[in-house]
Design a protein around this ligand. Structure first.
Ligand code: UT7
Length: 319
C-alpha cells in the first residue's frame, strides 16, 4: 500500500490562548508551557462534513485522480452532528464518489487503525485498487467550555490520504486496553416508555495525567515494535509523526528513544489536538511544504480514548 495524495481542511475561526483567558481562569503561559498549544481552529459556522469533503478533494487533487476512481472510503470520526448516516456516506455524496463507505471510531488513534484496515482490504479484495481515508473531527463540541483542564486542548479539522496498491507500508502495531474511566464522554439517548435506569449525560471527562502516562508507555511499545519488525533502528527513521496532543508527550517519547528534534515535526502550536485528524493534517503539511523526500522512512504513532494506540512504519515514495 502506498500514499499517493494528502489533503486537509481547517475551520476559519482562530482562537488564541489569550481569547480563552478572557472567559476562563487560564493563561497563555500555562497552556504553552504545559501543552505547547498557542492557538486552535474551531468550528463556528462550518459543518464538519464540508471540511471533510474539502480535505478529501484536496487529497484527490494531490493524487491526480477523480472521486469516481475510488474503490472504498474509510472515515475516522469520534462525534459529529449525524448519529446516522455515517460521515463516510455523506462525504461520498459530496465528493461524487460511488464506492462502499464505512466509519470507524478509534478515537485519536483512528488514522492508524484506518491505515491497517485499508492495507488489509488491498490484501483481501482484488477489486480494490484505490482507497480514501478521511479523518474528520470536532472535539471542541465534546468538552465543557468552563472546564479549563479539557477545553483548552482541542481544535477541529480534517485530514485525508489517498492510497493505492504498493509496498510502502512495512509494519503496523495496534494496542487496545479497556480503560474507559481515563477518557470518556457519555450522552443520553432518546427516552423510551421502558427506560428505568439512570443515564449519565455530560461533557468529556479526562484524567489528564493517567492519559499522559498511558500514552507514553503505549506509544513507546508500539514504535519499538514497528521499527524492529521492519528491520530498522530508531536512527533509520527520518520522520516521527506523533499524535499532536501535548508537546510534552512528544518530547518525552523523543528523549526516550534519543532522536533529534528535527525528526519530530509538530503543528500542535497552531491547531491543538484535532483527535484522529492530527496526523493526516501534519502529513499533508509536510507533503505540501516538500519536507518529505522520496525514500524517507516515516513512523506514525497515536493514542486516545479506549485506551487505544497504534503505530506504523512506511516508506515515502511520492515525489
Ligand atoms: O488525545 C488524547 C487526549 N488527551 C491527552 O493527551 C491528555 C494528556 N494529558 C495532558 O496533556 C496533561 O495531563 C494536561 C495538559 C491535560 C494537564 O497538564 P498537567 O501538567 O498534567 O497538569 P495537572 O492536571 O496536574 O494540573 C496542574 C494544575 C492544577 O492546579 P492545582 O490543582 O495544582 O492547583 C490544575 O487545576 O494546573 C491546573 N490547570 C490549569 N491551570 C491553568 C489545569 N488546566 C489549566 C489551565 N489553565 N487550562
Amino acid at each position: 500500500m502506498n500514499i499517493t495524495g494528502t489533503g486537509s481542511a481547517h475551520p476559519s475561526l482562530t482562537v488564541t490562548n489569550e481569547m480563552l483567558a478572557d472567559f476562563l481562569d487560564t493563561s497563555d503561559e500555562w497552556i504553552v508551557t504545559r501543552t505547547g498549544i498557542k492557538q486552535r481552529q474551531i468550528i463556528s459556522n462550518e459543518r464538519l462534513e464540508d471540511l471533510a469533503a474539502t480535505a478529501a478533494d484536496n487529497a484527490l487533487t494531490d493524487a491526480g485522480i477523480k472521486a469516481s476512481e475510488l474503490d472504498f472510503i474509510i472515515c475516522s470520526n469520534v462525534v459529529n452532528e449525524y448519529i446516522t448516516p455515517s460521515m463516510s456516506c455523506i462525504i461520498q455524496g459530496k465528493i461524487g464518489a460511488e464506492c462502499p463507505c464505512i466509519d470507524i471510531n478509534g478515537a485519536c488513534a483512528g488514522f492508524i487503525y484506518a491505515l491497517d484496515m485499508a492495507n488489509s482490504f488491498f490484501q483481501s479484495k482484488s477489486e480494490i485498487n484505490t482507497i480514501l481515508i478521511v479523518c474528520a473531527e470536532e472535539p471542541t463540541r465534546m468538552v465543557d467550555w468552563q472546564q479549563r483542564n479539557t477545553c483548552v486542548l482541542f481544535g477541529d479539522g480534517a485530514g485525508a490520504v489517498v492510497l493505492t496498491r504498493g509496498n510502502d507500508f512495512k509494519a503496523v502495531k495496534l494496542t487496545s486496553i479497556s480503560k474507559s474511566e481515563a477518557l470518556y464522554q457519555m450522552r443520553k439517548l432518546e427516552s423510551t416508555p421502558f427506560i428505568s435506569k439512570d443515564e449519565p449525560d455530560g461533557p468529556l471527562v479526562m484524567k489528564g495525567q493517567d492519559v499522559f502516562k498511558l500514552a507514553v508507555a503505549a506509544s513507546l511499545k508500539d514504535i519499538e515494535c514497528v521499527v524492529r519488525e521492519s528491520g530498522n533502528t530508531y536512527d533509520d527513521v527520518d520522520h516521527y509523526l506523533l499524535h499532536q496532543a501535548n508537546i510534552r508527550i512528544i518530547e518525552t517519547i523523543r528523549n526516550y528513544i534519543n532522536q533529534s528534534e528535527e525528526k519530530f515535526p509538530h503543528n500542535i502550536e497552531n491547531y491543538g489536538n484535532t483527535s484522529s485528524a492530527s496526523i493526516p493534517i501534519l502529513l499533508d503539511e509536510l507533503n505540501r511544504n516538500k519536507q518529505l523526500k522520496c525514500g524517507d522512512t516515516l513512523v506514525l504513532s497515536a493514542f486516545g480514548a479506549g485506551f487505544t494506540a497504534g503505530a506504523c512504519l512506511f516508506k515515502w515514495s511520492k515525489n
